[in-house]
Design a protein around this ligand. Structure first.
Ligand code: SAM
Length: 366
């Protein structure tokens, strides 16, 4: 008879998790088995990360984008979207507010802006670092190693660049003019420069099989990433993938659970996309392995314009204090909000950069 506990223990203990084993878990549909999987993953989250839920406050400072990701509402061919870039003053004001809510990680995100002035962003990083006690995560896409170095030297701590799918052919078929090798090279540059590096995938692309998802998880394990963002595909009306069905919440939760079991002490958010399906699945995410929430601090009218997919959670609300909402979400499941800076646990235990050189000393060419 099929023994799920045995299978989960095998996956947990494996240096290299077996793809077939993971596929078997991704296939589960029976409630009893799903409960067993989620509680197994939740115990690992508790053991490695504790009961605290870390907060990452996100400011989407620009929706300008030079890329053509077929699923994303920001893609450059979407001429219906009104484009913006916040001014330095607007940005600092938003950071000020975020800091006043006791948030200690700021995520600065934008589309992949061709014209993004690296020195402008560097000066903003310097200003934020001199004024506030917070970690900065950048998420501005594929850039040169020199730009990454410049921002790291200015004080940026972390970088988020999702691989979206670890299947090269699928990746290149939905990212026009982009190369999988370049994405991987960027992740290598970031790691080499000493950033805490986050990546992740989207669940539900047409052409993505359970094997592909299992391979994503294997990729996460081998890359020893500090953070993993796993969220469902949500079709956007002004993209080539507007008619594709949205990603399955249950598959998303199973992927989060497996990523927790396999990667153990990685920070995993219950993503905004997971909270933007027919119902808010972020609580379910927190109960099957996730340990991070990402409240949105982008001020209006910009928040509405950062429409990567429709129906984004909290998009119509003015910037408000999210602490109450986050606190009650945590309390309802017997957890608490951890207002600490929440650095990578892999940095803390020394397992992160074993044997990796740091080219930070290199000359900045900009
Ligand atoms: N430009 C940066 C980059 O390329 O990493 C960050 C901005 S990008 C808009 C942020 C993330 O939005 C992507 O990594 C992708 O996973 C997610 N995203 C975009 N469109 C989406 C969609 N339709 N459904 C779900 N997630 C989506």
């Amino acid at each position: 008879m099929f023994n799920l506990a045995k299978l989960l223990n095998k996956i947990y203990s494996a240096e290299t998790p077996d793809l077939k084993d993971m596929e078997q878990v991704l296939l589960l549909t029976q409630k009893g088995q799903l409960d067993e999987l989620f509680s197994f993953a939740d115990n690992i989250r508790k053991e490695f990360c504790g009961d605290g839920i870390l907060l990452r406050g996100i400011i989407e400072f620009s929706n300008l984008c030079a890329q053509e990701c077929f699923y994303c509402g920001l893609n450059k061919s979407n001429h219906r979207l009104k484009r913006y870039r916040m001014t330095e003053n607007e940005l600092i004001k938003a950071v000020d507010y975020l800091g006043s809510c006791n948030i200690k990680t700021l995520v600065l995100q934008s589309g992949q802006e061709e014209g993004l002035d690296a020195l402008w962003l560097r000066d903003i990083i310097l200003k934020i670092k001199s004024k506030f006690n917070m970690a900065i995560t950048l998420s501005v896409g594929e850039k040169s190693a020199d730009e990454y170095r410049l921002w790291k030297q200015a004080g940026a701590d972390r970088y988020l660049l999702k691989i979206e799918t670890s299947d090269k052919a699928l990746y290149e078929s939905i990212h026009k003019g982009m190369s999988f090798a370049r994405r991987m090279a960027c992740l290598d540059d970031l790691r080499g420069l000493g950033y805490q590096v986050g990546t992740g995938n989207i669940i539900g692309f047409a052409g993505q099989s359970l094997k592909t998802v299992a391979k994503d998880i294997k990729f996460f394990k081998h890359g020893n990433f500090d953070m993993l963002g796993i969220g469902p595909f949500i079709p956007h009306q002004d993209t080539r993938m507007s008619q594709d069905p949205k990603g399955d919440a249950a598959l998303c939760l199973k992927t989060i659970a497996l990523a927790r079991i396999v990667t153990k002490n990685t920070h995993i958010p219950a993503t905004t996309a997971l909270g933007s399906l027919d119902q808010d699945y972020r609580v379910e995410g927190l109960k099957c392995g996730a340990n991070v929430l990402m409240p949105n601090f982008t001020p209006q009218p910009y928040r509405k314009l950062y429409e990567i997919y429709p129906g984004k959670r909290c998009v119509d609300e003015p910037v408000g204090n999210c602490n109450f909402c986050m606190d009650s979400m945590a309390k309802n499941i017997g957890r608490f909000i951890d207002y600490s800076i929440g650095d990578s646990l892999k940095f803390r235990d020394g397992s992160r950069n074993k044997g990796k050189p740091s080219p930070l000393e290199g000359t900045v060419l900009l």
